[in-house]
Design a protein around this ligand. Structure first.
Ligand code: KMH
Ligand code: ZN
Length: 285
């Protein structure tokens, strides 16, 4: 069971509200504007989230890595909430590697760092070793805490290699997130998740999991039972239950908080999450 330095055994709930894959035209309730993202952040914090994983959209609601928009979004969410602000460095499958490195210029608390290339439906989500390695070092230099995204069991090997080659990341903690159920990656099954968990290097201090689509509930239950934390949100899943679309990300956060509380693992506060992840406090309050 993951314990926080304070000794509690609560659950870190990360919300991934937007992602880069769903089109606003198909899912109009997807938060894509700055106002929608800030409102979503506030509501999800109230529902039990303590970290937000952000992808940013442009005026046409298309994924963008524009530095000004990223900075504006990080600042606005930080101003409106106490959430740990994590920016995606994965972007969309079409983003060039060099541009994905520029994300750190927006000074997030945390950034995603995917530990390997993955087939992603008909596309390829590219993460070659030199890119991972450069991002790892850049994050440490900028005092940003990486969250290691594992889409497949082979990604555990790359995590091991990053730690062996470069030592610990900024903050001294190692937080991992299993993303299970991408077509081409590990399946969203308890069996696959637990196979990954037992392979984790001893340096890992906390891990979470998210299941894509219909896998989100089995993965949530398995992760909580095995001492893991949770990521939920419309990036990963836009269906609340069979035939019922998610209307707002806070529904997914509220359900995760309810299940976690039932299992005696209530949501961590933002202060507890900051301590567990070892993030630097960049809030101006
Ligand atoms: N949109 C995916 C291609 C991340 O945020 O780092 C990559 C992704 C992972 O969502
Ligand atoms: Zn993402």
């Amino acid at each position: 069971m993951t314990t926080t330095p304070a000794g509690s055994s609560g659950t870190l709930i990360t919300v991934a509200p937007t992602g880069a894959e769903h089109a606003k035209a198909d899912v109009p309730q997807l938060p894509t504007t700055l106002e929608e993202v800030v409102d979503t952040a506030r509501r999800c914090e109230a529902a039990g989230a303590s970290m937000i994983h952000l992808h940013v959209r442009d005026a046409e609601h298309a994924p963008t890595l524009d530095g000004r928009r990223l900075r504006e979004t990080v600042d606005a969410v930080r101003e409106a909430t106490d959430l740990v602000v994590q920016l995606s460095t994965g972007g969309s499958v079409h983003d060039p590697l060099e541009q994905r490195l520029t994300v750190l210029g927006a000074e997030p608390d945390s950034c995603s760092l995917t530990c390997g290339t993955t087939n992603f439906g008909d596309d390829v989500f590219l993460n070659p070793w030199p890119f991972m390695s450069e991002l790892y070092l850049l994050a440490r230099e900028r005092e940003v805490v990486p969250e290691f995204e594992l889409f497949d069991l082979g990604h555990v090997h790359a995590l091991r290699r990053l730690l062996d080659t470069h030592g610990l990341p900024f903050g001294g903690r190692v937080h991992v997130d299993f993303v299970a159920g991408v077509p081409g990656g590990m399946p969203a099954s308890p069996q696959a998740l637990l196979a990954g968990v037992v392979m984790l290097p001893p340096e890992v201090t906390s891990w979470s999991a998210t299941g894509i689509g219909r896998g989100h509930l089995p993965v949530m239950a398995a992760a909580l039972s095995a001492g893991g934390h949770l990521r939920v949100g419309m990036e990963d899943n836009v269906v609340l239950s069979r035939g019922v679309p998610v209307r707002h990300n806070d529904e997914l956060v509220a359900r995760a908080a309810e299940v976690a509380t039932l299992l005696q693992r209530p949501p961590l506060s933002t202060a507890e999450a900051r301590m567990m992840l070892g993030v630097r406090d960049r809030r101006r309050r």
